[in-house]
Design a protein around this ligand. Structure first.
Ligand code: AHG
Ligand code: MN
Ligand code: MN
Length: 328
């Protein structure tokens, strides 16, 4: 039986790493329950005929997979009775879902119930991303908060081991699922990103659309030891943001999904409230940086629930270099 502290013990302050409002503890535990349930539905999907498309598109015009809808439903049902949850914004729902009046709840949850869902049918790592902010007491409009308003952000990764990685503003904690009991236990007490890196992640099939700063950065990395960087770089792209960000939290690197000539009219690819903001929060809490090019992601004022933004995040020296190329 593993002896690492459980998620509940850590959230309740037993390890001295966090001190939280008990209602937020309930909500995080409900999110963890949702993630455990989603993980087990993913494991059983082939037996349940749950692979493949649902036959609908979401508000962003993307085909929904059956498992996107299953994960969304699990997240909503697991958190519906959380004592202080006022509303949920989900990638899979056009409109926010209010569980209570804003006056009655203390917290707002933003989530990408299943991230990287194009990887499911090929059995690669996928995840669930979540972000929590406190309620402002004046209605629906106040769901649109900058990332600096987050009091908790994290993700679950469904990989060879299921993990829950989260921050409540005091560093980044990684918990691994103990499958015997279903409990998450603290296995990664302080996740931090090295300042420098020699690994980058970008979908290189979009090269023809890139702006000059991204082209320059990637060209310089590819030139390796003989180029201006004076060292060789490695490249990885999982097409699952959770998996790519998890790798960066474990061993450094830089992740880019920039605005380009093809996606600029839509704002970029990744969604601000439930992809860019929570990941930027975790990356900063781990000592890294996150920008849309020149501006810090966490200070962007959202204009709509499903707004997309360019994302560059990871090791701080590399993100600073990319910001400098954009400024130039
Ligand atoms: P989602 O599955 O929630 O729609 O998100 C997919 C995202 C993200 O996980 C990943 O980084 C990116 O889309 C992959 O995009 P490409 O298919 O363009 O590589
Ligand atoms: Mn996603
Ligand atoms: Mn998704």
């Amino acid at each position: 039986m593993p002896d690492q502290p459980t998620l509940r013990q850590v959230l309740n302050g037993h390890t001295g790493q966090v001190s939280l409002d008990p209602k937020l503890v309930f909500l995080i535990e409900d999110i963890a329950t949702a993630c455990r349930t989603i993980g087990s539905r993913l494991r059983d999907a082939a037996f349940e005929g749950a692979h493949g498309l649902a036959g609908n598109t979401n508000v962003q015009g993307e085909d929904q997979k059956k498992l996107d809808l299953i994960a969304d439903d699990i997240m909503q049902r697991s958190c519906a009775t959380s004592p202080a949850l006022a509303a949920l914004v989900s990638e899979e729902r056009e409109d926010p879902h209010w569980f209570k009046t804003p006056e009655a709840g203390d917290y707002l949850l933003y989530c990408d119930p299943l991230d990287g869902s194009s990887n499911i049918d090929v059995n690669l790592s996928v995840g669930s991303i979540f972000s929590v902010c406190g309620v402002d007491r004046d209605g629906d409009r106040q769901l649109l908060k900058p990332g600096t308003a987050q009091c908790c952000a994290g993700y679950a990764i469904y990989g060879p081991a299921m993990m829950l990685v989260l921050s409540v503003g005091t560093g980044v904690l990684g918990f691994s699922c103990d499958y015997d009991t279903g409990e998450f236990r603290l296995t990664h007490a302080r996740m931090s990103i090295p300042e420098e890196t020699s690994e980058f992640a970008i979908n290189a099939s979009r090269q023809r659309f890139w702006d000059a700063p991204i082209r320059r950065y990637v060209d310089e990395c590819l030139a390796g030891q003989e180029g201006p960087r004076g060292r060789d770089f490695n490249m990885r792209w999982t097409a699952s943001m959770v998996a790519d960000v998890h790798r960066i939290l474990m061993r450094g690197g830089v992740f880019m999904y920039p605005a380009d000539a093809d996606n600029r009219a839509r704002g970029g690819k990744l969604r601000l409230l439930y992809e860019a903001n929570p990941m930027a929060y975790l990356i900063e809490q781990a000592g890294g940086a996150a920008t849309g090019g020149q501006d810090r992601i966490l200070t962007i004022s959202p204009q709509s629930h499903h707004q997309r933004v360019p994302v560059i995040l990871g090791s701080s020296a590399e993100v600073a270099r990319l910001a400098e190329y954009h400024a130039g």
